[in-house]
Design a protein around this ligand. Structure first.
Ligand code: GLU
Length: 287
C-alpha cells in the first residue's frame, strides 16, 4: 500500500474495546482540530489487534459516534485485524537486519524488572512458543513534542528491548502502530500522554524499518476525581442523541467559546479558534 502524504496527515486510532466515552471523543476531537488547523487530512484506524479485548460491535459503534458528532474522516477506515501480512513482512525486514531475538522469559521471571534485562538476546533464530523482541539500539534519542516540549531518552537503558510479537502469536501494538502509520503516510501523531512512553520504541522501529519519524503531540488525559477517565473505570458510553451537548462539554474543557449549533458548524468554528498552545505543558485536564 502506498499513500502519498500531503503536508499533514493525522489520525484517530481507537481500540474497539467498547464504545466511545467523553474522554475518547476528546482524543478524537483534538487530533481532528489539529489536522484542520494545519489544513491537513484526518483519518480513522480501528486498532482491533487483540481479539480477546475487542468487543463485538464496538468498531461500528465508534464510527457511528464519530459521525453523529460531525467528525468526518478522509479515506477508508483501516482495521488492524486485516493487516497480519504487513506486520509479518516488517518482522522479516527486521529479522534480515538482525534486530530481533526470540524470548521465552515468563512474566514471573521478569517480575520486578522495570527494563527488560536482555536475557534472551543471544537467541537469534525463530522458535515456537517464544515472543519476538526488537533489540532497542543503545543510542540517545530526542524529539520535541508539540504539547509536552523536548523529550529525550537513552533508549536501551531507559526502555529495553520491546516485544513486537507476543508469545501467543499476536502482533504487538508497538509494531502494528508503526507499520500502519508508515503505510498510511501519517505525518503527525496526536494522542494521549499515556502513550508518550511508547514513542521512543516506535521511533526506533521507524528507523529500523528505514523511515523518517513523524511529528508527535501528546495531549493531557481527562481526569475525574483523580482517576483517568477510561472504559476501565466505567466512563459512560456516549449518547449520540446528545451530540451537541457532548460537544458543548468538550469546548468547555478545551477553553473554547463556541455557540450552540449543529456539530458541523461548531466544528468549523472550533477549528478556527483552536490552538495547541492551550494544552501545552499541562498533563491533565480536570473535569
Ligand atoms: N489504539 C491506541 C489506543 O486506543 C492508540 C494508539 C495510537 O494513537 O498510537 O489507546
Amino acid at each position: 500500500m502506498t499513500n502519498q502524504s500531503p503536508l499533514y496527515r493525522g489520525r484517530f486510532a481507537p481500540s474497539p474495546t467498547g464504545p466511545l466515552h467523553l474522554g475518547s471523543l476528546l482524543a478524537a476531537l483534538i487530533s481532528y482540530l489539529e489536522a484542520r488547523r494545519q489544513g491537513g487530512e484526518w483519518w480513522v484506524r480501528i486498532e482491533d489487534l487483540d481479539p480477546p479485548r475487542t468487543q463485538p460491535g464496538a468498531s461500528d459503534a465508534i464510527l457511528r459516534s464519530l459521525e453523529a458528532h460531525g467528525l468526518a474522516w478522509h479515506s477508508t477506515v483501516m482495521h488492524q485485524s486485516q493487516r497480519s501480512e504487513a506486520y509479518q513482512k516488517a518482522i522479516e525486514a527486521l529479522y534480515n537486519r538482525d534486530l530481533l531475538f526470540w524470548c521465552r522469559c515468563s512474566r514471573k521471571q521478569l517480575t520486578g524488572t522495570q527494563v527488560y534485562p536482555g536475557t534472551c538476546r543471544a537467541c537469534r533464530q525463530p522458535r515456537a512458543d517464544a515472543a519476538i523482541r526488537f533489540q532497542t539500539p543503545a543510542v540517545e534519542d530526542r524529539f520535541t513534542d508539540l504539547f509536552q516540549g523536548p523529550q529525550q531518552s537513552r533508549l536501551a537503558h531507559d526502555y529495553g528491548d520491546v516485544v513486537i510479537r507476543r508469545r501467543d502469536g499476536l502482533f504487538a501494538y508497538q509494531l502494528a502502530v508503526v507499520v500502519d502509520d508508515i503505510d498510511q503516510g501519517m505525518t503527525d501523531i496526536v494522542r494521549g500522554i499515556d502513550l508518550l512512553s511508547s514513542t521512543f520504541w516506535q521511533r526506533a522501529l521507524y528507523r529500523a524499518l528505514g523511515h523518517d519519524c513523524p511529528s508527535y503531540a501528546h495531549f493531557p488525559v481527562l481526569v475525574h476525581a483523580d482517576q483517568k477517565l477510561s472504559k476501565q473505570n466505567f466512563a459512560p458510553a456516549l449518547n449520540n442523541q446528545q451530540a451537541v451537548d457532548n460537544l458543548m462539554q468538550l469546548w468547555h474543557w478545551l477553553g473554547l467559546t463556541i455557540e450552540r449549533d449543529t456539530p458541523e458548524y461548531m466544528l468549523a468554528e472550533a477549528s478556527a479558534q483552536w490552538s495547541p498552545s492551550s494544552l501545552q505543558t499541562i498533563r491533565e485536564i480536570e473535569i
